[in-house]
Design a protein. Structure first.
Length: 229
């Protein structure tokens, strides 16, 4: 082989190598939509051509719109071989997420993934518990009423009281509720609780906060102490 041919082949191989290393990343297997339960984390996986050495991989854009002009350094996919994956925070409602992968030579075409959340919790709790803070998985903490699950509202599951039915139109100033284990109706409010008016006794009862299995009460008319499993 002539020296000139050898030099030409060497140059050709070097050019191919440079073009491979200096390529922007490409998504070679499409990401798939996924479904999770409320409170779980979603994991998104895709096959990526990183543009040569995976070390060139810089970051990924993740957001709720397809603008990839300013990739977020906080939203980083973890490259493993020819695959990249990302895990969300715990999610409580369905969301659509945009992804793009970047290296020093450009960004891949943006892709969209929809994460469907089954049994999502509401954005805000219903009126009687509108002070409540989400604990995840449909559990809420109300400063005045305690921890309760609102997945099946107006049926609520209270951490101490168990199942209760909240009557329509309730708010923090006035709440009628049916206690399933006591088989009776009560009235209370954020300013009265843990005092409850019992329609079955009838009269006012006091609930000793935090007691359960059995719950402890006092009849405020007679002074009688009683418990309910």
């Amino acid at each position: 082989m002539h020296l000139s041919h050898t030099v030409f082949l060497a140059f050709l191989c070097f050019s191919v190598f440079i073009n491979t290393v200096r390529a922007q990343p490409q998504i070679t297997a499409e990401p798939q939509d996924t479904t999770i339960q409320a409170g779980q984390r979603a994991t998104i996986r895709m096959e990526i051509f990183f543009g040569g050495n995976p070390a060139n991989f810089r970051t990924a854009y993740i957001g709720t719109n397809p603008d990839t002009s300013n990739p977020s350094p906080a939203a980083i996919f973890t490259p493993v071989g020819g695959e990249a994956f990302w895990q969300s925070d715990p999610l409580f409602k369905s969301t659509q997420v945009w992804f793009s992968f970047c290296n020093d030579f450009g960004c891949a075409t943006t892709r969209t993934v929809t994460i469907f959340v089954e049994n999502p919790e509401p954005d805000t709790p219903p009126a009687p518990f509108d002070d409540a803070v989400s604990l995840g998985d449909n559990w809420w903490n109300s400063e005045w009423f305690g921890d309760l699950n609102l997945e099946f509202y107006p049926w609520v599951f209270h951490l101490q009281h168990g199942w209760m039915f909240v009557f329509d139109g309730a708010n923090r100033d006035s709440m009628f509720l049916y206690d399933l284990s006591l088989e009776g109706w009560f009235w209370t409010s954020s300013t009265e609780y843990p005092n409850l008016f019992s329609f079955s006794r009838p009269g006012w009862v006091f609930y000793f906060r935090g007691t359960s299995g059995p719950r402890q009460f006092a009849d405020l008319q007679t002074g009688e102490l009683f418990s309910v499993d």
